[in-house]
Design a protein around this ligand. Structure first.
Ligand code: GTP
Ligand code: MG
Length: 305
């Protein structure tokens, strides 16, 4: 278990050091006065929480300070943690829902380089380690390198990979993959897609087609559509996510590269503005560096001890 916690602590090191540890310091040994509130306000806004969330937290802490007649700022720390926790959704393990659906089809979407292929491989390993029969599909037919990348992961992790031709139709790969997953009795199929800019109409239409064709191959599929967001981009990722959400009914977010980001506070903005749960956190480049998003571990990780 120590290992589990240190993963979050290490993975959120940059976010903690850049901003949240300053909050802990500000709350450490002061009296509660206007200087403190100004300090907190400035730090929270820098933390990528978003202006509204920052303001709400400050207002709420001010109320608590009055109601409970607090005068030492250190008395606010536990309340601050609670305020943060209340603003992150609890995540249900997708394996629970997936247990009743076979094959459970997951579609991975997102802009270029956000971490889709790496996350596909990490999840395939996670599910396979949990005893599920997993298949992945290289729906990125744009680049030979994209296909190879998934094939290499598949070989290494001993997981079957369905691939199409470079330059081929990604919807056809997705269709074939669903059929193969049904025929081979797979529990879970993860379909990777090519990165695309959310503002490129044709590419978004193509993604719609992939989504539609998956539904034709298997009624009710895809069961999960997850957008992989690069946590280093902070709140800029929100507009991408909104566009994808409208196009292909995204129902969950994966925050990749939290370990290379100082902007982990964006998680709060994701929850608030997108109304989507964060399902997983990418905490490194290795296959095991992915965790089910745990709001308590996340808050402990960004604040520290
Ligand atoms: N540190 C860190 N790096 C990550 C993480 N996830 C992905 N990466 C790295 O981010 C880079 C891009 O990852 P890919 O998985 O290829 O991204 P993609 O979304 O498939 O990219 P395209 O297919 O080109 O759109 C690679 O160098 C990955 O190793 C993470 O959680 N932490
Ligand atoms: Mg990729």
């Amino acid at each position: 278990m120590a290992d589990f916690f240190s993963k979050w602590l290490d993975g959120l090191d940059k976010t903690r050091k850049a901003t949240f540890s300053k909050i802990a310091t500000a709350l450490g040994a002061n009296e509660i006065d206007d200087y403190l509130w100004d300090d907190l306000d400035a730090i929270l806004i820098q933390s990528d929480l978003g202006v509204d969330t920052s303001q709400e937290i400050i207002d709420s802490l001010k109320n608590i300070a009055i109601e409970e007649s607090l005068y030492k700022s250190s008395d606010l720390i536990q309340h601050f943690k609670k305020e943060l926790l209340a603003r992150l959704s609890k995540t249900e393990d997708p394996l629970i829902e997936a247990a009743n659906i076979k094959p459970y089809v997951i579609l991975m979407v997102g802009v270029n380089g956000s971490g889709k292929t790496t996350t596909t491989a990490k999840l395939a390993k996670k599910y396979s380690d949990a005893g599920r029969k997993v298949m992945v599909a290289a729906g990125d037919t744009y680049r030979a390198a994209g296909i190879d990348q998934l094939q290499v992961w598949g070989d290494r992790l001993n997981i079957p990979v369905i691939i199409g031709k470079e330059g081929g139709d990604s919807a056809a790969v997705a269709y074939d993959a669903v059929q193969a997953a049904v025929a081979r009795g797979m529990d879970i199929l993860i379909i990777d897609t090519a990165g695309r800019l959310h503002s490129r109409f044709n590419l978004m239409e193509e993604l719609k087609k992939v989504h539609r064709v998956i539904g034709k191959a298997l009624e009710g599929a895809p069961h999960a559509v997850w957008i992989v967001l690069d946590a280093t981009t902070g709140q800029n990722a929100l507009s991408q996510a909104k566009a994808f959400k409208e196009t292909v009914k995204v129902n969950g977010v994966i925050l990749a590269k939290l370990d290379s980001s100082a902007k982990g506070g964006m998680a709060f903005a994701v929850n608030r503005e997108l109304d989507l749960p964060i399902i997983y956190a990418g905490l490194g480049e290795k296959p095991d560096d992915i965790e089910l998003f745990n709001h308590e571990s996340f808050v402990d990780g960004i604040i520290g001890d």
